[in-house]
Write a protein that binds this ligand. Structure first.
Ligand code: URP
Ligand code: ZN
Ligand code: ZN
Length: 500
């Protein structure tokens, strides 16, 4: 067999097991897995000895160049996808949000224009339904165009994005009809408004500063909203995916619903796994404001547990970068802080260092949560998300122990600060390949801007459109973590090792 490139001698993580050997690439696809693949006929050899060879990461929750909180987020498709590549992320999914009077199709067109000519890695969008009555009849057309995931926000009235229960219920019915999936930002809008109003006084702001952000968002704000939308999911049978879940209570609700056979899945984000609300204590506390905010140490531990048990299927970033200058516009009023954190460049390093190296996840579990599950759930498998023959050759090659110190000055993101400043992290990509092309070499971005491709999709979620009666409980098989039936016979000495 003739290869364009061979990745030689790495510790290769595949759905069928982990083995030491080679990945052969031809025409941008993974063409063979084995040992001693033949490098004749001019195949380029990339030495991966002593390294892990992982499926490229899919960050399925990013916001690039997002108009939000009175400004525009600071990473666009150029800097955002360069940051992605350096962090081993080879696919991003952003959110196309219609603004005043716009249709879902116009929102998608706007976001396609943002990405065109700039994206270094492949991309697609979740389509945000912000005005249900107006947008409901446009869903079928968007599915035809290749968009199979939709999004609703239970908060953000002032941005014009908020959906009420009628919209959530109706959209979930539509998801069931089309075999598509609804992503939901779950926080309880009216209670949140009330708690903010109670504290929004000059005295309180002078006294508590940025600490009012966590003080006005107790865990029940997220938990109540998750419970409510899970109820609509159960009633309609439409597939639901809770984005950026940050609380222990949320994980409990999702686990219990999955055990009843409710078609709900959940993601968390790296920041909820490595930070807690003590970050708001410092003078730079306001920089850490994101929505929902990072919670308590007990929530952190419960989310790691949820990843291991399966009720948390995906780790993403919710990248929404704001510079120090943008954050500074808060002027002591926490309700005016642009909410969001940079994240694409540090997703894999954080989960690898604080998950795998810390003994909380195996290497294989990490790949499931960062690559394989996101691809399956978002309708991008088998093209993306796993090292297997026929898939796109999207790979991240990382050194098991070599660390880099987080320093925004040396990073690709436009952020001039980092929530992880000074942290020593292993897991930055030594080499990243996208569709067989080297886009990061020796930790530096070498790929051409604009080479990233839009990814059309036909399905989403784990339930086919033809699924039977949603009211029949179907047990925990709803979870994404049902292992792939990979063909281990093609792998030499494949191990389902649990390497840490
Ligand atoms: O703080 C955040 N997460 N900003 C982006 C908007 C959202 O809610 O995802
Ligand atoms: Zn959100
Ligand atoms: Zn978001």
């Amino acid at each position: 067999m003739r290869f364009d490139r061979i990745i030689k001698g790495g510790n290769v993580v595949t759905p069928a097991g982990t083995f030491t050997g080679d990945v052969g690439i031809a025409g941008g696809k993974i063409a063979a897995l084995g040992t001693d693949l033949d490098a004749a006929n001019g195949a380029q050899v990339i030495d991966a000895a002593g390294h892990h060879v992982l499926p490229g990461v899919l960050d399925v929750h990013v916001h690039l160049e997002l108009p939000f909180c009175g400004t525009v987020s600071a990473d666009d498709y150029r800097t955002g996808t360069r940051a992605a590549a350096r962090g081993g992320v080879t696919t991003v999914i952003d959110f196309a949000i219609p603004y005043a009077g716009e249709s879902l199709g116009q929102a998608a067109d706007n976001w396609l224009r943002k990405a065109e000519g700039k994206a270094l890695v492949d991309y697609t969008f979740h389509i945000c339904i912000t005005r249900w009555q107006e947008h409901r009849d446009q869903i079928a057309g968007m599915v035809q165009r290749g968009f199979t995931t939709f999004k609703e926000f239970m908060i953000y009235e002032s941005e014009g994005w908020q959906s009420d229960d009628r919209a959530l219920f109706g959209t979930l019915e539509a998801m069931r009809e089309h075999g598509t999936m609804l992503l939901v930002h779950a926080e309880s809008a009216r209670v949140l408004d009330e708690l903010i109003a109670r504290h929004h006084t000059p005295e309180q702001m002078a006294r508590y500063g940025a600490r009012l952000h966590p003080m006005t968002r107790p865990n029940f704000v997220e938990a109540e909203a998750i419970a409510r939308v899970v109820r609509w999911c159960e009633a309609t049978g439409g597939q639901l995916y809770i984005v950026h879940m940050s609380t222990a209570e949320g994980a409990d609700i999702v686990a219990a619903a999955q055990a009843r056979g409710v078609p709900v899945l959940a993601e968390t984000c790296a920041q909820y796994l490595v930070l807690d609300d003590s970050v708001f204590e410092g003078t730079d506390g306001h920089l850490f404001a994101c929505c929902p905010q990072v919670k308590k140490p007990r929530d952190v531990e419960r989310l790691w547990q949820g990843l291991r048990r399966g009720e948390v299927s995906v780790v993403s970033t919710d990248t929404c970068t704001f510079s120090r200058a943008q954050k500074a516009t808060w002027n002591g009023d926490w309700t005016k802080i642009p909410m969001g954190l940079p994240g694409l460049e540090t997703l894999l390093p954080l989960v690898y260092t604080h998950g795998v190296r810390a003994g909380r996840l195996t290497l294989e579990e990490m790949c499931l949560k960062l690559s394989t599950n996101p691809a399956r759930i978002m309708g991008l498998a088998p093209r993306k998300g796993a090292i297997q023959v026929g898939a796109d050759a999207d790979l991240a090659i990382i050194h098991p122990t070599r660390t880099h110190t987080v320093d925004p000055a040396a990073m690709e993101t436009n952020a001039d600060w980092s929530p992880y400043l000074g942290w020593e992290l292993a897991g930055f990509a030594r080499t990243t390949l996208s569709r067989g092309e080297v886009i990061v070499d020796d930790y530096r971005v070498v790929g051409r801007e604009g080479r990233g491709q839009w990814l059309p999709r036909r399905t989403a979620g784990l339930r086919p459109a033809s699924d039977p009666d949603p009211f029949v409980p179907q047990g925990r098989l709803r979870q994404a973590d049902v292992p792939f039936e990979g063909d281990s016979s093609v792998l030499p000495e494949a191990r389902a090792t649990g390497v840490r």
